[in-house]
Design a binder for this molecule. Structure first.
Ligand code: ATP
Ligand code: MG
Length: 159
């Protein structure tokens, strides 16, 4: 078990999407990305990049009412958004395990609404608003699986 953490700065929505693309291109079956950040921090924008990086040309919209959107790409991407859910119980009742433990890639907005619910083997991505166009995007994980992803992002950072 190791702990990895890498932080990048995105100076436009396109740069945030580019970081997402790197994640999507490196994604492996079963990956779980938990996105944490305020309203408008860029979670959906990053998710869009992940979807494009997985080889899809679809547009990712926040699954506000259906709660899970499914996209067919190199790997199936499940995009979840817990924003409208009020209690931990409500989230558990959704039965997301099927996706979380499956062979697709799960991207979860507002994952901090259900602390402890997600598999331990995940990467946490926090997005912080620095100024209207700038976001600080940090990936951290306690799982070796994401060390490789962290290296990919690190390489980007030093460019
Ligand atoms: N560097 C940046 N990265 C991402 N978004 C940015 C950036 N700069 C400006 N923005 C703007 O911030 C907004 C981010 O919206 P987005 O829907 O991705 O946020 P969100 O975190 O998903 O919000 P919500 O919590 O409502 O789902 C967009 O309007 C986007 O154009
Ligand atoms: Mg969103």
């Amino acid at each position: 078990m190791s702990y990895v953490c890498v932080g990048l700065t995105a100076q436009s929505p396109e740069e945030t999407q580019a970081i997402g693309r790197l994640l999507g291109m490196s994604a492996m079956p079963g990956d779980v990305y938990l996105l944490v950040g305020n309203l408008g921090a860029g979670k959906t924008t990053l998710t869009q990049g992940i979807l494009w990086g997985l080889g899809s040309d679809e547009y990712a919209r926040s699954p506000t009412f259906v709660l899970v959107n499914e996209y067919n790409a190199r790997l199936t991407m499940y995009h979840m958004d817990l924003y409208r859910l009020d209690s931990y119980e409500e989230i558990v009742e959704l039965g997301l395990e099927e996706h979380l433990d499956g062979d697709g890639v799960c991207v979860v907005e507002w994952a901090d609404k259900a602390p402890g619910y997600f598999p331990e083997d995940h990467a946490m991505i926090t997005l912080d608003v620095v100024d209207p166009d700038t976001r600080r995007i940090s990936l951290s994980s306690e799982s070796d699986r994401y060390a490789e992803i962290a290296r990919v992002l690190q390489a980007q950072q030093s460019k």
